[in-house]
Design a protein around this ligand. Structure first.
Ligand code: HEM
Length: 346
């Protein structure tokens, strides 16, 4: 009996800390794929234990939702669900977070471009508060602080600013590509990541890595992997199940703290180099520091998130492009022709 009481208290607390999704009165809930575990499959639970009837009275979708069902290839699972539901829009639930999946360019245009003001919002996530110090543009809830940061960060990324860096971007790209030009087959992931990292690193903090064995590259690469694993939409445990953060000795919480410490150490060093004059290169960090509108903590976290946002996004887009081109010789030929037409001197 004691174990059932403990179980009931545990799930009661879990339920309490996992907010219910709400659909406004009169609106139809979106279609959603079937879940497993504690998600709408009562007969399965009844077979495990007769006391599991408790889940019938607690809205079971609030426990795990579709957490754990996306598998190792989330995009394939999401596409499969879109086909099964035959719907251009559906929802899935990861713990307390509700995701809306859009499956056509028409609906993306409708919700983001035409009605973006109504449909854009962002939860105040644990990761945002604890890793980015609650001060970075990405992940910041759309409030007055966000408006201030967006204006300041937006000024750093204008076309004019990017053009100022264009010859350096060309040099970094050519240098990076010649490194990939091996006679032996290689895995291009790290090399491409270094090219995209070097471009954004030059723009944000005026710094540069010399090879994939450069200790600075190794450090930034590990930092990036830490970010990806904690911020991945597939597994943001602490945002999906906030109760976990109250468990003492929690490994994920320790991981977020370690990531924050490393972010502050890495980008703190970049800032010290800019302040002391050891690094005199023109860069966003210098500009923002000299303007004096943001404090050190804000500068560090915003430069860190820009560096992260501009590296793996572009590196993985390039890698997908290369994979598709390698598997489609006809497309490769067409792309080559286009390049020859528009860039005859290259
Ligand atoms: C293929 C390339 C890219 C993809 C797919 C991509 C994707 C995204 C997505 C999905 C968000 C929204 C995140 C959220 O609100 O939770 C976002 C935000 C953001 N991205 Fe990118 N991104 C790309 C490239 C870049 C680059 C190159 C930079 C900067 C140099 C950048 C900077 C940002 C910033 C600053 C935000 C936060 C914007 C805000 O909240 O107002 N992104 N990006």
């Amino acid at each position: 009996m004691i174990s059932y009481t403990i179980l009931a208290i545990f799930f009661g607390l879990w339920y309490f800390f996992t907010k219910k999704s709400s659909v406004s009165k009169g609106l139809k809930p979106l279609p959603s794929p079937p879940g497993r575990f504690f998600y709408g499959n009562y007969p399965f639970l009844f077979r495990i234990n007769k006391f599991m009837f408790i889940f019938k009275y607690l809205n079971t979708t609030n426990f795990l939702g579709h957490y754990g069902l996306l598998g190792s290839k989330p995009s394939e699972t999401l596409t499969k669900w879109a086909h099964e539901l035959n719907s251009e829009i559906y929802s899935i639930r990861m713990g307390r977070s509700n995701y809306i999946i859009l499956n056509s360019d028409k609906i993306v245009e409708e919700l983001y471009q035409k009605k973006g003001k109504i449909y854009s919002s962002r939860q105040n996530s644990y990761n945002f508060q604890h890793i980015l110090g609650g001060v970075a543009i990405s992940g910041c809830p759309y409030n007055d602080y966000y408006k201030k940061i967006k204006t300041i960060v937006g000024r750093l990324l204008t076309l004019q600013k990017i053009n100022m860096h264009s010859s350096l971007i060309d040099r970094i790209t050519n240098e990076g590509l010649s490194e990939i030009n091996h006679s032996e087959p290689i895995n291009p992931c790290l090399y491409i990541r270094r090219i995209t990292l070097n471009i954004i690193l030059d723009i944000t903090v005026g710094s540069y890595t010399t090879s994939i064995n450069d200790p600075l590259f190794i450090r930034l690469n590990n930092w990036m992997d830490g970010f990806i694993s904690i911020f991945s939409n597939v597994d943001r445990k602490l945002d999906y199940f906030p109760i976990l953060k109250y468990i003492p000795g929690n490994k994920i919480k320790k991981g977020t703290k370690a990531l924050r410490d490393e972010t502050e150490s890495l980008f703190g060093e970049f800032l010290e180099n800019v302040k002391s004059g050891r690094n005199r290169n023109p860069c966003a960090m210098r500009e923002i520091y000299e303007q004096g509108e943001l404090g050190d903590h804000e500068i560090i976290h915003n430069m860190a998130i820009l560096t992260f946002a501009g590296t793996d996004t572009i590196a993985s887009s390039i890698m997908w492009l290369l994979a598709h081109l390698a598997n489609n010789p006809l497309l490769q030929e067409q792309a080559h022709k286009e390049l020859n037409t528009f860039f005859p001197d290259h």
